[in-house]
Design a protein around this ligand. Structure first.
Ligand code: SF4
Length: 593
């Protein structure tokens, strides 16, 4: 199954001028972009010859956040357009880029602000959305306490909301569900804070910089909040700081953690009824955050959270505190949603969880995680199944066996190690030793199908000696990771490591990170160069501004930038022969088209 038949890509300039309107039917592009207007600048604002931002995936607890360095699969080349247009400011002019499913069900989006309001959602359950607000700051902080006006209320008096997301894939998917919850109650999503009656920030607190960024964003409302405008903080920072947020930013009136998102309409209604401040901060719930409607932002890959929270209690991590204990979603419910996604035309799904492979089916079928992978892959229409993030302790041979047996389960595992030193792993409370981890890798490397392996690494954890660090470098040699999210240790509130002695100085952390990155880069270069001459199936996810150039991902999650003599369709699958390699991506040409 290729591209869902019937799509329209529309690109508008800020003033409403339509500069591209491309209609796709199945694998064919029916109408072309004018030559001089081909491939408008996307979210990253990259111009030919200039680097653009990655569209690599963001991780949570286990992984990258602000200040982290990403190498490896997941890092896109400069030609890869970001799928979510998030910041038009750097481009000098705004663009609205939308991709409409012409069948009328859904409207996956890559959209920036134009007129401040999204078109109404057409679909039912799991309907893809229109536009994306992640990171979009258009219109922020300019007017001082101006009253709300008509645009913030629809004809029926319902409110409008602006939602911005920080952090990992879990947060991004939570935001899709938050939007679904509010849209289902009649709220309209808008692309500018000025047009919103409710402004929501779905936040990350995994590292200090991420939390600072949120407070800095909130600070912009000190003088610019409109009368009656509700400003709310969601996510990990909300859970971590709780009501203290009201003291730091008194203009905030709603604080809500991920376990309470279902209550958001009720909390907003309480504020609209005159309550000054409301909170939803419970974590002792058995509920997973299931919604009747999810507004999906990614046109090609649908995310499903199958397990919430974490029971692992790593000594540096806020996730168990901010997201609560592990709660899994019943396999019957997951499979039903996958079937709906397949009906909508999605061919790739990604199962999410802080420790996704710790999944424990609460339903009658009591499926193991590996069985769930197989069942999801068996849903007609599903062609790729991804999962992240795995915890080494719960990673067993049954998962490798499932990957070997079922080609639709993508051959990529993200297995955070954090350190190559058993002493450090103990201090981190990671529940495995260096040797245990290497045994897991041996399982993966012994598979008949080559499985790409990526990881997360922390340098400069309290007490990390030069010897400990060298053991981590040695582990890179032994493991031969295909990619690594590496970052400097950042102390977080409410974590045991906060009280640990022997902090490593910042300069030393930076030195170690630089050494580690350089070593890992060379490993990736060598690993990718082995693939030159091979042919892979690539899901087309982006079109370059250059003629006949495209980008996409292999099943192993490698980014491939390739040329094709055909007019490829976004969302289609093509065979690509690799002709060159860099540490972070492959270069190739489509074959057999
Ligand atoms: S506590 Fe849980 S989410 Fe945090 S790093 Fe450990 S396993 Fe990952």
């Amino acid at each position: 199954m290729g591209t869902p038949s019937g799509w329209r890509l529309i690109v508008l300039r800020a003033k409403g001028e339509r500069i591209a309107d491309i209609e796709y039917q199945g694998a064919k592009r029916m109408s072309a972009v004018p030559q001089d207007r081909r491939s408008p600048p996307f979210a990253n604002g990259a111009k030919d010859g200039a680097p653009s931002s990655s569209f690599g995936e963001r991780r949570w607890g286990e992984g990258k956040s602000d200040g982290a360095s990403l190498t490896g699969p997941g890092q896109a080349s400069r030609r890869t357009p970001k799928r979510r247009v998030v910041d038009c400011e750097g481009m000098g002019n705004g663009f609205d880029i939308s991709l409409e499913r012409l069948t009328g069900i859904g409207v996956p989006a890559v959209g920036g602000a134009v007129d401040g309001e999204r078109p109404p959602l057409k679909g039912g359950v799991n309907a893809p959305g229109v536009g994306a607000s992640s990171g979009n700051r258009a219109g922020m902080g300019r007017s001082v306490a101006a009253p709300l006006h008509g645009q913030t209320q629809d004809a029926g008096g319902r409110g409008t909301f602006y939602l911005e997301t920080f952090g990992c894939q879990m947060n991004e998917h939570d935001s899709e569900k938050v939007a679904g919850v509010l849209l289902a109650r009649g709220y309209k999503q808008v692309e500018s804070v000025e047009a919103a009656s409710v402004i929501l920030y779905n936040t990350c607190s995994i590292r200090e910089k991420a939390a600072q960024k949120v407070f800095s964003r909130l600070g912009e409302y000190r003088f610019s909040q409109k009368q009656g405008q509700i400003i709310g903080v969601l996510g990990c920072l909300a859970q971590q700081e709780g009501e203290d947020i009201f003291a730091r930013a008194p203009w905030v009136s709603l604080v809500c953690g991920s376990a309470s998102y279902r209550k958001l309409p009720q909390l907003i209604a309480e504020l609209e009824a005159g309550n000054r401040r409301v909170t939803g901060l419970e974590t002792d719930t058995n509920e997973t955050f299931e919604t009747e409607m999810t507004r999906r932002d990614n046109p090609w890959r649908a995310y499903l959270t199958i397990i919430e929270g974490c029971d692992k209690a790593c000594s540096y991590c806020v996730v168990p505190f901010t997201r609560g204990p592990e709660r899994s979603r019943a396999s019957s419910s997951i499979l039903e949603e996958v079937r709906q996604l397949a009906d909508m035309g999605y061919t790739e799904v990604q199962l999410l969880g802080q420790t996704v492979n710790s999944y424990a089916d609460p339903g009658a079928r009591k499926m193991r995680f590996s069985e769930l992978l197989v069942a999801v892959a068996a849903v007609p229409g599903i062609r790729r199944v991804r999962f992240a993030t795995s915890h080494p302790r719960d990673f067993g041979k049954d998962i490798v066996d499932a990957m070997e047996a079922v080609p639709a389960i993508c051959e990529h595992v993200h297995l955070p190690v954090q350190s190559g030193s058993t002493t450090m792993l103990r201090a981190m409370a990671r529940t495995y030793t260096r040797e245990d981890y290497l045994e897991k890798i041996a399982l993966l490397r012994a598979a008949k199908r080559e499985i790409s392996l990526t990881t997360d690494i922390i340098v400069g954890f309290p007490g990390e000696t030069e010897k400990d660090f060298e053991e981590t470098l040695g582990l890179l040699d032994a493991a031969q990771f295909d990619g690594a999210f590496s970052f400097k240790y950042s102390p977080r509130p409410n974590t045991p490591s906060l009280r640990m002695k022997d902090a490593v100085p910042e300069e030393e952390k930076s030195r170690r990170l630089a050494i580690l990155l350089e070593k890992q880069r060379e490993i990736q270069r060598a690993r990718n160069e082995r693939l030159v001459g091979e042919t892979f199936e690539v899901l087309v996810e982006g079109e370059s501004r250059r003629e006949q150039q495209w980008s996409g991902r292999t099943s192993s999650n490698r980014v491939v930038n390739f040329t094709s003599r055909e007019e490829e369709s976004l969302g289609d699958y093509v065979q690509v022969k690799v002709t060159a390699a860099t540490p972070n991506s492959l270069v190739g040409e489509a074959v057999g088209g």
